[in-house]
Write a protein that binds this ligand. Sequence first.
Ligand SMILES: [Cu+2]
Length: 144
Amino acid sequence: MRLPELIIGFLLMTLVSTAFASEITAEDAKLRHTPGDRPDAGYLSLTNGGNQPIALIGARAEAYNRVELHRSVMHDGSMHMESQEAIDIPAGETLVLMPGDYHLMFMGALAPVTIGDRLTVTLIFSDGHEVDVQFAVVGMADEI
Ligand SMILES: [Cu+2]
């Protein structure tokens, strides 16, 4: 392979990986703010438009100390939250993070959180890609 072909090959590979990153689409991202020092919860739909399974493996937000992946599960008749290492999204499917199921848990707000604001959250995926999503901040009484 001559040098110009090598360069074109490399550019094509770069394009392919960029396309892959955009195959995750996020919708209906909401952060429900809880009064006081309790953690806030994040909900959204994530669609994997690619042909490979992918997993959400973490998240971070400048406004919070840390963000965890949780799942609410029924155990002995009461609701518990379990920390998750990863949440799988099969190829072509939509994962819905919602109350009573998978959700993001925002711990330790570093600044006052205001209902009606938008907050940027970076989602980290198993293929190494990171996607910034705007979450609408809502209150306890608001619908998710
Ligand atoms: Cu939780």
